[in-house]
Design a protein around this ligand. Structure first.
Ligand code: XIL
Length: 445
């Protein structure tokens, strides 16, 4: 019903456009662009704000909502045995009225638990009963209404060891399998996820998560997906994001980008906002490229409703809309990565260069740059970029590369200087890295 109404409105807009001779049709909402690519597009929300413009944008642009805080244990059971479902119920009702999915967030975490729980002293048996009851109660209350649960949140340390928490310390790592099993029993139709941050690229932490999911699958524990939170810093989208999504997909689980934001040092300026747009674009494009990446959710769609300024003092402007609900370049970049029309016409003829990392290991990586021309051609080329995190090219093929400080210049070999209109040339290199390996922007000159 809703989609036929939508189609009718779109047709009407197109017809008006034709009648008046304007070429510019209304922008397609993100949820419709996502649907055309088989992706759910979500946002975290605050229940009390779901009216007015905030409510309109949430309902129009997104096909899923995640309660930012309302379903956390500390919110739903502030005093033992005394429950408050007001905000969670409100968000679920809003989602149903707007034909949206709900991502339940989150059942088992070390943070935002009620003080009666964290201050208590519990035997293992008591802890296990408490957790079982909590999962039964919350998942049971919303049975059939939650598309996916972030069952376990943030179980790992950066080095891939288990984080010391109430749950791990009291129950051992088996608490994860127990929680998934209990959640499945309470709502067999909900997709069950483990969710964490700094697991977007291939690194020690994401490898620990990978190994855990693999072993849970082998043991027949109900696990349907992994959530990559993606709380990112400007210019630091991991180069191995798509490779990492792909390796999880290879385990037979879904992947969701669950909490995407890209924070920058304040004040924002047009250069930073353009870089942010490129970062959002590459995250959404990485998800769009892998069939099993099913959902991209932003952690708040407006800078007016973002956790960043309070969690990371001095940082902000991390979402796709500004604090006045105006779409930022990042909004348009998300739309473009989902196949939406560009708001600025594409250049009529250009050659562009795209950098990617095809594999990465503890200290090294293999990268490649593809130069493509459309409506233009080249008889020789020079590709330039500046590494952002101390990476070093150690060897190149199909190009001659030199590096001075962070600046790299690669020129064509004798046999591949010519790039015809509609054609492309690729060269590759090995490099070293440590810490992080962000993707630089390549210019041709
Ligand atoms: C954040 C909320 O957005 C804030 O309002 C709250 O004060 C703290 O928690 N990872 C998660 C989310 O899984 O639940 C967190 O949400 C952000 C980090």
């Amino acid at each position: 019903m809703r989609s036929s109404l939508r189609a009718g409105v779109a047709a009407l807009v197109a017809a008006v456009g034709l009648a008046t001779g304007t070429a510019h049709a209304a922008d397609t909402p993100l949820r419709d662009l996502g649907a055309a690519k088989g992706k759910v597009v979500g946002t975290a929300v605050t229940g009390s704000r779901l009216t007015g413009t905030y409510g309109d944008i949430t309902g129009t642009q997104f096909s899923a909502v995640t309660p930012g805080n309302a379903m956390k244990w500390g919110s739903v059971e502030p005093a033992r045995g005394s429950f408050d479902w007001t905000e969670a119920d409100q968000i679920v009702a809003f989602a149903q009225a707007h034909h949206q999915q709900v991502r339940g967030h989150t059942l088992v975490w070390h943070s935002q638990n009620p003080s009666w729980l964290t201050n208590g002293s519990w035997t293992s048996a008591q802890l296990s009963d408490l957790l079982h009851d909590h999962i039964d109660t919350e998942v049971g209350r919303y049975k059939g209404e939650i598309a996916a649960w972030d069952v376990v949140n943030e179980p790992f340390n950066e080095d891939g060891t288990y984080r010391s928490t109430l749950w791990y310390d009291g129950l051992g790592s088996g608490y994860i399998a127990s929680a998934l099993t209990w959640a499945h029993a309470a709502d067999p139709d909900a997709k069950l996820y483990i969710n964490d941050y700094n697991v977007e690229g291939v690194n020690a932490k994401s490898t620990a998560l990978y190994n855990l999911v693999k072993s849970l699958k082998q043991q027949g524990v109900p696990i349907d997906g992994v959530g990559l939170q993606a709380h990112l810093i400007l210019g630091q989208v991991p180069a191995t994001l798509q490779q990492n999504i792909q390796r999880f997909a290879g385990l037979g689980v879904d992947v969701a980008i669950t909490e995407l934001d890209v924070r920058m040092q304040l004040p924002a300026d047009s250069t930073k906002l353009a870089r942010q747009a490129a970062d959002f674009r590459s995250v959404v494009a990485a998800c769009a490229a892998v069939t099993r990446c099913v959902n991209v959710t932003v952690w708040g769609f407006t800078d007016d409703d973002s956790w960043v300024p309070s969690a990371f003092p001095g940082y902000g402007a991390a979402t796709p809309y500004d604090e006045n609900y105006q779409p930022k370049p990042a909004y348009h970049a998300i739309a473009e990565a989902l196949g939406g029309g560009t708001t600025t016409p594409p250049p009529t003829g250009a050659c562009t260069a795209a950098y990617s990392v095809s594999s990465q290991w503890n200290t090294g990586f293999t990268g490649q740059v593809t130069i493509s021309c459309s409506g233009a051609s080249l008889s020789s080329w020079k590709a330039n970029w500046t590494f952002g995190a101390g990476q070093q090219v150690t060897q190149a093929w199909n190009a001659a590369c030199t590096q001075s400080g962070a600046a790299v210049t690669c020129t064509n070999a004798s046999y591949n200087g010519s790039v015809p209109d509609g054609g492309s040339v690729t060269f590759g290199f090995n490099g070293s890295w440590s810490g992080s390996n962000p993707v630089p922007t390549v210019t041709l000159g």
